[in-house]
Write a protein that binds this ligand. Structure first.
Ligand code: GDP
Ligand code: MG
Length: 439
């Protein structure tokens, strides 16, 4: 699905947010301008653009991000949220006996979509039938017949009067579950098309009145949708040609105008090129949320890298008691895999680390943390105080064996030596061999 224009410009607006060093109100205002520009270029109605962007701006400037979410993520989610809200989550046509009437301008994909819908109900175990209510285009009945033939669905049509065809068709298909009525389109809305549509509506009493609209429809989308809605009150929209390079803005205007949800989308000429519409997915794709997500992750990694640099500097500073080791361990544990830390280590140490058992090391660190929690502050500052008796007490408190406490102390002593020796590359290597970091 490519919604070229709108997608591209919205995506670049969002990327600005994802990559900015920090989010402030002037950046949010800039974002709002970018979004407005993107929507207007994609032919979204101006009143709608203003309404939507005002909502986003208000929320982005006033709401605090929920716990665990950065300002940046929050802003991106607000934009996503409001666009989804505008479209509303999709709805599916209930699987039951009913008449469905398809309307729309000429060439939008009505007839094709009749076939797609019939196919859809068929796969759900219902018996669909088609009525060729477009008597004005000579080939319309043929086209419907060809589509129906592919899926072995009955069709009624061929008459000269649309109302008669529909009346007869309904009689013929009384025993079918879902009757789909195709209707005529025009190049533009004309009074006689509206009149005929209203009369078919009177006869068929459809449960669903579906506006079929090409996703590429621009500025005209709003007024078009409005006119159809005024005549027969639309219950849903199907957007076609979503596989094309549509600007996509018309879809937003249509929905806002009719208040009718988008039900399905057509994604190709084949009868199976038909999907349930999901606003969240649609907007995520439009905004390139996948890309944004990875950008956010990269930003996250950059901050982690700073923390790691701090840790590495501290490692090299010389002062090193159990508290230092403990806080380093906390940092490391928070950072996740030791691999990242390994990459930060000076010299060839990182390379050496990469071959060690990271998962095992992580587990050891966890245990060390529990042991250190059972120590007094003094013991953590002066680990040499920890002799046999203290070792037993600490072990009991932590619920571990005394030898595990001794192992921690041994590890601490080795780490301290390593810290001291870090200035010489040779010493680094030697100590790493010795430590093997497998602990
Ligand atoms: P109608 O005049 O509204 O009944 O439109 P048609 O069903 O005759 O479709 C017009 C053209 O659009 C035909 O060539 C269809 O094959 C094509 N079409 C319909 N839906 C789609 C779609 O989802 N994707 C693509 N690529 N083409 C479509
Ligand atoms: Mg047609």
């Amino acid at each position: 699905m490519v919604l070229k224009g709108l997608g591209e410009s919205l995506r670049s607006a969002m990327q600005k947010i994802a990559t900015a060093p920090h989010i402030d109100s002037s950046l949010i205002r800039e974002l709002i301008k970018d979004i407005q520009r993107a929507l207007i270029q994609a032919d979204v109605k101006i009143t709608l653009v203003l309404e939507l962007s005002k909502k986003i701006e208000k929320r982005a400037l006033s709401e605090k991000p929920p716990a665990g979410m950065t300002n940046r993520e929050h802003t991106i989610h607000i934009v996503h949220d409001e666009l989804v809200n505008l479209l509303g989550e999709g709805r599916e046509i209930p699987l039951k006996k009913q008449v469905i009437m398809m309307v729309g301008l000429y060439g939008q994909g009505k007839t094709t979509t009749c076939g797609k819908l019939a196919r859809y109900f068929q796969t759900k175990g219902l018996r669909p039938a088609l009525i060729a209510g477009d008597v004005h285009r000579p080939a319309a009945y043929d086209q419907l017949q060809q589509l129906a033939e592919q899926i072995k669905v009955p069709v009624y049509g061929g008459g000269k009067n649309a109302l008669t065809v529909v009346r007869e068709g309904l009689k013929e298909f009384q025993r079918q579950d879902v009757i789909i009525v195709d209707t005529a389109g025009r190049h533009k809305l004309e009074p006689d098309l509206i009149e005929e549509m209203k009369q078919i509506f009177q006869i068929a009493q459809p449960r669903e009145k579906i506006l079929v609209m090409d996703a590429a429809t621009g500025q005209q989308a709003g007024p078009q949708a409005q006119a159809f809605n005024d005549a027969i009150s639309i219950t849903g929209v199907i957007l076609t040609k979503m596989d094309g390079t549509a600007k996509g803005g018309g879809a937003l205007s249509t929905v806002a105008e009719t208040q009718a949800p988008i039900l399905y989308i057509g994604t190709g000429e084949h009868l199976d090129d038909f999907e349930k519409f999901e606003a969240t997915r649609f907007i995520s794709r439009l905004l390139g949320m996948g890309d944004i997500q990875s950008l956010l992750e990269k930003a996250q990694q950059a901050t982690e890298k700073k923390d790691l640099e701090k840790t590495a500097k501290q490692l090299l500073s010389g002062k090193f008691d159990l508290n230092d080791m403990y806080s380093q361990m906390e940092t490391l544990a928070k950072m996740g895999p030791l691999q990242k830390v390994a990459e930060m280590l000076p010299g060839g140490m990182g390379g050496r680390l990469q071959n060690t058992d990271m998962a095992g090391t992580q587990e050891k660190l966890r245990k060390f943390r529990v042991i250190m929690d059972s120590m007094t502050q003094e013991e953590r500052e002066k680990p040499r105080l920890i002799k046999t008796q203290r070792t037993h007490r600490i072990a009991r408190g932590a619920g571990v064996e005394s030898r595990e406490v001794k192992e921690l102390i041994r590890y601490y002593n080795m780490s301290r030596k390593m810290m001291k020796g870090l200035s010489s590359k040779k010493a680094q290597r030697r100590l790493m061999e010795q430590l093997d970091f497998g602990i």
